[in-house]
Design a protein around this ligand. Structure first.
Ligand code: URA
Length: 200
C-alpha cells in the first residue's frame, strides 16, 4: 500500500470515531472523503447531505451526479481526484455548517491536505471558498478566478446544487471548468494513465 493511502486510512479511522461537535450525535455515517491518494487536485464541498450521510460517501446524490458530469467535461473522473467536504458529518435539514462545527472539523481537512499535497484546490461553492480562501469571498463575482494559497493554486466553482437550482449559471460554470482544465494542463505532473493505474 502507498504511503499516502496508509496515512489517509489511519486518519479516516480516527475521523470515524469523532465526537468533537454536535453533528456527531445525529449523523448516520461520517463522510471522510474519497479518491485517489496520489491526486494532485482536491475538491472540497460544504458538508454531506442525506444521501451522503446514508452511504458514507461525498457527492452521491443529484449534485454528485452533476459533479461527475463536470469532471467528465474536463476529462477527469472520481478515480483521478480527491473529493471531500469542510464538515464530515451531515448538518440537520441540510443547513449550512455552523462556524463552531467547521472549527471542530477543519483539522481533518488540514491533515488530508498535508497528506495529499495537492497542486490545485477546487472549492465547490461559497461555504468552502469562504472557509478556505477568504471569509469575504463572493462566489458570484469570484468563481473561476485562480488565487495562490500556500503552495496551491485555488479556485471556486459554483456548487453543483446551485447549478441544479439555477441552470442559467451553467454556461459560466462551463467556462470556469475550461480555465481549470488549462491550469491542470499547465501545472499537474501525473499523466491520466498513471492516475488511473493507482487504483482506489
Ligand atoms: N453537497 C456537498 O457540499 N457535499 C456533499 O458531499 C454533497 C452535497
Amino acid at each position: 500500500m502507498g504511503e499516502n493511502r496508509e496515512r489517509l486510512e489511519a486518519l479516516r479511522e480516527r475521523c470515524l470515531q469523532c465526537r468533537e461537535c454536535a453533528l456527531g450525535q445525529t449523523r448516520k455515517n461520517v463522510v471522510f472523503g474519497v479518491g485517489n491518494p496520489e491526486a494532485e487536485i482536491l475538491f472540497v464541498g460544504e458538508g454531506p447531505g442525506a444521501n451522503e450521510d446514508e452511504q458514507g460517501e461525498p457527492f452521491v446524490g443529484k449534485a454528485g451526479k452533476l459533479l461527475d458530469d463536470m469532471l467528465a467535461i474536463i476529462g477527469l473522473d472520481r478515480t483521478m481526484v480527491y473529493i471531500t467536504n469542510i464538515v464530515k458529518c451531515r448538518p440537520p435539514q441540510n443547513r449550512d455548517p455552523l462556524n463552531v462545527e467547521q472549527d471542530a472539523c477543519i483539522g481533518y481537512l488540514r491533515q488530508q491536505t498535508q497528506i495529499l499535497q495537492p497542486k490545485i484546490l477546487v472549492c465547490l461553492g461559497r461555504i468552502a471558498a469562504m472557509r478556505l480562501m477568504n471569509p469575504k469571498f463572493r462566489i458570484t463575482k469570484e468563481h473561476g478566478q485562480f488565487y495562490d494559497l500556500g503552495t496551491m493554486r485555488a479556485m471556486a466553482l459554483y456548487h453543483p446544487s446551485a447549478l441544479l437550482r439555477d441552470p442559467s449559471k451553467r454556461p459560466e460554470s462551463f467556462d470556469d471548468l475550461k480555465s481549470l482544465q488549462a491550469e491542470i494542463n499547465r501545472i499537474c505532473d501525473h499523466t491520466r494513465a498513471e492516475l488511473r493505474g493507482i487504483k482506489l
